[in-house]
Write a protein that binds this ligand. Structure first.
Ligand SMILES: *[C@@H]1O[C@H](CO)[C@@H](O)[C@H](O)[C@H]1NC(C)=O
Ligand SMILES: *[C@@H]1O[C@H](CO)[C@@H](O)[C@H](O)[C@H]1NC(C)=O
Ligand SMILES: *[C@@H]1O[C@H](CO)[C@@H](O)[C@H](O)[C@H]1NC(C)=O
Length: 276
């Protein structure tokens, strides 16, 4: 898809954000502080809030703002801490984007919660990536877009922009006819059993960046709820020979892509990278 270039570039910028803002001395202060940030709404492009005391940043990204007629906001509501200390972030994404024939196939942006901790780690040093993603979507017009996880890996630590980097997508739900990059070449592999369903892999180059995008689409779509260890996804890609156990996870996030429509996605997300 046309979007991927901008997505990749944007994600690279994103990955740099927390690093730039967290010097080692700051990090200690941040991680020992409870999150009591007020809720905030983010409607601009590259408009975000870093949730100190959590592993996340909440981000509104409009990488095709020029082609967007309407508004798109990402709302940070609050963070829940379960009895066992596991955190979840409650957030939402509101799109009011006009359908225009000439751009209906162009993703307008990505609304997401991104990881800021334990990135730039080889898969073999990751013990688990526990994820819970619960959502409801209410659309009052035809909506085109998805609910997904989006990660970037590379054999080089920190690389998410060179042609050696790879973008990985796990689509949980998609509607309105969204298609993955590489759709025209058909399925390149099948994973029989992962997270309770089988998956078809589509692969294609983002023509502008030369970055390979590998998208897994489920045989049975997830209907508002996903629970799983995303390390199983990365290991399945290792098994398929797409990269190695020594490959670095440099970017990781969960969100929704949108093309057009009037829609409200309300979501609760738990996502973290645990190291050995
Ligand atoms: C919501 O979007 C879906 C997918 O495009 C569509 O089938 C459905 O009719 C939409 N709902 C409303 C109320 O427009
Ligand atoms: C199919 O793959 C080839 C390279 O193997 C690529 O050049 C071409 O753009 C792809 N076509 C589609 C429709 O993805
Ligand atoms: C990658 O690591 C997993 C888990 O440790 C292991 O089961 C698998 O055999 C490894 N794969 C390769 C290709 O080394």
């Amino acid at each position: 898809m046309l979007s991927s270039l901008q997505l990749v570039v944007a994600l690279a910028a994103l990955a740099a954000v927390p690093l730039a803002l967290t010097h080692p001395s700051d990090l200690r202060a941040i991680s020992s502080r409870q999150t009591s940030l007020p809720s905030s709404n983010h409607c601009g492009d590259y408009d975000y809030v870093i949730l100190t005391g959590t592993p996340w940043i909440v981000y509104n990204m409009l990488y095709n703002a020029d082609l967007t007629v309407g508004t798109q906001c990402t709302y940070y509501n609050h963070v829940i801490t379960a009895a066992d200390g596991t955190q979840e972030v409650v957030w939402s994404s509101t799109a009011n984007i006009k359908y225009i024939e000439s751009t209906n196939n162009v993703p307008k942006g990505y609304s997401f919660v991104g990881l800021t901790q334990n990135l730039e780690t080889p898969i073999s040093d990751i013990s688990a990536i526990p994820a819970t993603y619960d959502w409801t979507r209410t659309n009052t017009s035809t909506f085109k877009g998805n609910v997904c996880f989006d990660f970037m890996t590379s054999d080089t630590k920190g690389d998410s922009t060179s042609t050696a980097a790879q973008e990985l997508m796990l689509w949980l739900q998609y509607e309105g006819g969204q298609l993955p990059i590489g759709w025209g070449n058909g399925t390149t592999a099948t994973i029989d059993s992962l997270f309770g369903t089988s998956w078809k892999l589509y692969e294609g180059l983002n023509e502008k960046t030369g970055i390979m995008v590998r998208s897994l689409l489920p045989e049975v779509q997830f209907d508002g709820s996903f629970t799983g260890d995303l390390k199983d996804w990365l290991e399945a890609m290792v098994t398929l020979g797409r990269f190695k156990n020594s490959t670095y996870v440099n970017v990781g996030n969960a969100g929704t892509e949108f093309f057009y429509g009037d829609s409200v996605l309300k979501a609760t997300l738990g996502l973290q990278i645990n190291k050995f």
